[in-house]
Design a protein around this ligand. Structure first.
Ligand SMILES: Nc1nc2c(ncn2[C@@H]2O[C@H](COP(=O)(O)OP(=O)(O)OP(=O)(O)O)[C@@H](O)[C@H]2O)c(=O)[nH]1
Ligand SMILES: [Mg+2]
Length: 347
């Protein structure tokens, strides 16, 4: 394990954004900046749609109406758009803002505040191994994100074991094996058979070999494919069984259940979060492909849904976004920062 960096508990560490600009870490901050530029480019269409509203604008009802349209175009959905606008109007009044630029700055603040509950670092080290199960619809970017996440973890000094619990396709196993090779980590894999058995073996192997993290890849599935959702539930149950000797402290594995969402899915992403959360109890999200034509506003919808649920269902919390993907390369996955994302979104 690495020496604990900004910690949440003894012997744990959190994967955070590279802190900007210390002279000792110019490469890390430069990499973060390059990634941020790609995110901005990806969300450019949304950003310029929102920016256009402020060009030669008066601060009046027409401006707010156009802003609502631009937010809806960005996939925020109606509840989040209404919430942001009401909050923006309050901010404009409180700050006595009179210029379009000032209102735009306050819009960044309002969006950042909506997104803030999604900002939470992924913690590793509370359990040995920390078992992370990864799910999502077909082609969302699960396997690629696992590959990139492995690199993040390896950079932090963690030992990682991959579990190829997508046993349906040989190509899926091979794809994960390539990521294992690239990152020089071990993989538990099996031709065909029960994905739960692979996950079970991997968790046991992870414990026996003293790995810090076991990452379990699963096959893509739609929430409407009920038998496949049952299979996911079974994988989760069997992972817990592999952890019943209590060597981990506290909660049984899997300690994290991540949903990978394709950022281009629009409002359907929220439906995916709800469906997979119902089936598995999600602990985090990874949002991929924000380098393409994604609009990004759906994160506001996910954040508002999480807040609303936490308000009405005690004991629940918003499902955080641990990572954002902006490309297919290893370095294209980075931690989520609410203000950075709000700035990229508003343009
Ligand atoms: N542009 C872009 N492409 C990505 C990103 N993440 C993944 N991809 C691509 O999306 C495609 C699908 O990625 P996979 O990782 O295989 O997706 P998956 O969810 O594992 O797919 P299944 O296992 O078939 O359900 C691949 O071509 C990836 O290279 C991203 O952040 N940006
Ligand atoms: Mg896959």
């Amino acid at each position: 394990m690495p020496s604990p960096s900004p910690v949440a508990a003894p012997d744990t560490f959190a994967i955070r954004a590279a802190t900007p600009a210390p002279a000792a870490a110019p490469t890390a901050s430069a990499a973060r900046q390059g990634w941020l530029d790609r995110l901005k480019t990806g969300l450019k269409k949304t950003g310029s749609g929102i920016q256009a509203v402020f060009v030669n604008a008066q601060i009046d009802d027409a401006l707010y109406e156009q802003l609502e349209d631009a937010l809806l175009m960005a996939d925020t959905g109606i509840p989040a758009a209404e919430h942001i606008l009401q909050d923006l109007k309050d901010r404009v009044w409180r700050h006595s803002a009179t210029t379009p630029q000032a209102v735009r700055g306050l819009l960044v603040d309002a969006v950042a505040e909506v997104l803030k509950p999604l900002e939470k670092p992924l913690e590793i080290g509370r359990h040995t191994p920390t078992v992370i199960m990864v799910a999502g619809v077909n082609g969302a970017g699960k396997t690629t994100s696992i590959g990139k996440l492995t690199k993040h973890l390896a950079n932090e000094g963690c030992t990682v074991l991959l579990a190829a619990a997508d046993t349906f396709r040989a190509a899926a196993r091979e794809q994960l094996a390539i990521w294992a090779d690239r990152n020089l980590v071990e993989i538990v894999s099996q031709a065909g058979g029960d994905p739960s058995a692979v996950a079970f073996d991997a968790v046991n192997a992870g414990k026996a070999r003293g790995k810090d993290v076991v990452l379990v890849d699963t096959a893509g599935r739609l929430p409407t494919q009920l038998h496949l959702m049952d299979e996911l539930r079974k994988i989760k149950r069997v992972i817990a069984k592999a952890d019943t000797d209590g060597s981990g402290s506290g909660a049984l594995a899997p300690h994290e259940v991540l949903l990978v969402i394709d950022g281009n899915t629009g409002q359907n992403a929220l439906a995916q979060v709800k469906a997979f959360d119902d089936a598995l109890g999600l602990t985090g999200l990874v949002v991929t492909k924000l380098d393409g034509t994604a609009k990004g506003g759906v994160l506001c919808a996910i954040a508002r849904w999480g807040e609303e649920r936490a308000r009405t269902k005690p004991g629940t919390a918003p499902v955080p976004v641990y990572f954002i993907g902006v490309g297919e390369k290893l370095e294209d996955l980075e931690t989520f920062d609410a203000r950075e994302f709000a700035q990229a979104l508003v343009g």
